[in-house]
Design a protein around this ligand. Structure first.
Ligand SMILES: NC(=O)c1ccc[n+]([C@@H]2O[C@H](COP(=O)([O-])OP(=O)(O)OC[C@H]3O[C@@H](n4cnc5c(N)ncnc54)[C@H](O)[C@@H]3O)[C@@H](O)[C@H]2O)c1
Length: 374
């Protein structure tokens, strides 16, 4: 059986994947890469990883690396992905795929040309909530899908580097992914409105004035449309990545407050009996035994190293082991992962074009044809 040699690039949030690859039967956790030597060595020592790179270019020259998993800052994703594909490596990359439509197109073309695999590691579509709704849909319990909406609201004031002033829709895949991913449809076109105003010093950075951006997406080859909502600054809201799904028989609504139960509505019941509070089950049974524990919060501190504080894993809906598993199985089975390059491009371009639409007063923006899968 082949074990695919992983090189993890960017060890902030990215380091959470190290113990998962170390325990996955299809992977060898081979190399790590990040800029500062001190943190590189701290993490390398804690997890017993010998191959360490401060230079991404050097890492790509190593013939033993089968795939890179990129978790570097947003502006680097596209260039690093393109360089890896040109060096003959498969790519898993955190969100978003790129910051321009043109870079998304280049990545799709490179995958077509080389046959290499690309997967955007969108956490929401492997969260336990998404997997629960998907199961309801597949069992026919939702009935006919009628509407989807998703929100991602987070106050990112004080976050470093590339975050200040970022147009909300430039980081929209946590909303776009689930509304397109559940019905497995492409977005055909988008119209977006901006609302409110952020502080002047923030506006100056990207020329993006809006506190909130809301978009409607028309789904291609479908009677469905979806709504997405994003805010990043100067808007009072607890961190929330939500999905609401309305079917003819049942509907799922995300809780208003973190860690409260979700609501499942059932049609054709007496009005007070329509809503029911539900605790979403875990989907660890879909994973190889060795990585099931990583669907839970708090299991990441296994290195018992005080410098490593892994808090996001279970917080992303237990998605990390599912993401790693999907990518590795795609390599092992020589099939496209989900989402593949084209789907990832369609999801990412929705956000880029939605912001363009908002800046043009809500004008419709069509998704590029090369981003369509069906
Ligand atoms: N739910 C999610 O999907 C989710 C959650 C958190 C972060 N992210 C994404 O992960 C990425 C990283 O976020 P973070 O919070 O860990 O950031 P961070 O700033 O904490 O970490 C960035 C890492 O990248 C490394 N790096 C930067 N430039 C590099 C280069 N040229 N070569 C090698 N290494 C380099 C840094 O050394 C550091 O280890 C971002 O793109 C963010 O959008 C996604």
């Amino acid at each position: 059986m082949t074990r695919f040699r992983a090189a993890l690039v960017g060890l902030g949030f990215g380091a959470e994947f190290i113990p998962i690859y170390q325990r996955h039967p299809d992977a060898e956790m081979y190399a790590i890469c990040q800029r500062s030597k001190q943190k590189l060595d701290q993490i390398g020592d804690a997890f017993g990883i010998e191959r360490r790179f401060q230079s991404y270019e050097e890492l790509l020259k190593d013939p033993d690396v089968d795939f890179v998993h990129i978790n570097t800052p947003i502006p680097d994703h596209a260039a690093m992905t393109i360089a890896a594909l040109e060096a003959g490596k498969h790519v898993a990359c955190t969100v978003p795929m790129a910051t321009s439509v043109e870079d998304c197109r280049r990545i799709v073309e490179l995958c077509d040309k080389t046959g290499l695999k690309y997967m955007m590691m969108e956490t929401v579509v492997y969260s336990r909530e998404f997997l629960y709704i998907k199961e309801l849909l597949e069992k026919g319990e939702l009935g006919r899908l009628q509407f989807l909406q998703a929100s991602h609201q987070q106050d990112m004031d004080g976050w470093p580097g590339y975050w200040p002033g970022l147009p909300p829709m430039h980081y929209a895949t946590h909303c776009v992914g689930p509304v397109l991913g559940l019905p497995r449809k492409d977005a055909e076109y988008v119209s977006c409105f901006g609302s409110g105003t952020i502080r002047a010093d923030m506006i100056a950075i990207h020329g993006s004035p809006w506190a909130v951006e809301t978009a409607h997406l028309k789904l291609r080859n479908s009677d469905l449309s979806a709504r997405i909502i994003r805010s990043l600054f100067d808007t009072a809201r607890q961190y929330r990545e939500s999905i609401d799904v309305y079917g003819s028989k049942k509907a799922f609504e995300w809780p208003l407050i973190e860690d409260e139960p979700a609501v499942l509505h059932t049609a054709k019941k007496p009005e007070p009996e329509i809503p029911e509070l539900v605790r979403v089950p875990d989907f660890a049974h879909l994973l190889p035994e060795g990585i099931r524990q990583f669907t839970q919060k708090g299991v990441y501190d296994i290195a018992e190293n005080e410098h490593l504080s892994f808090t996001q894993g279970g917080g992303h809906g237990g998605s990390h082991p599912h993401l790693a598993h999907e990518f590795l199985r795609a390599l092992a089975e020589d099939r496209d992962p989900w989402p593949n390059a084209r789907q990832s491009a369609n999801w990412t371009c929705v956000g880029i074009l939605a912001h363009e639409s908002a800046m043009a007063g809500g004008e419709r923006r069509d998704l590029p044809e090369w981003s369509f899968s069906d």
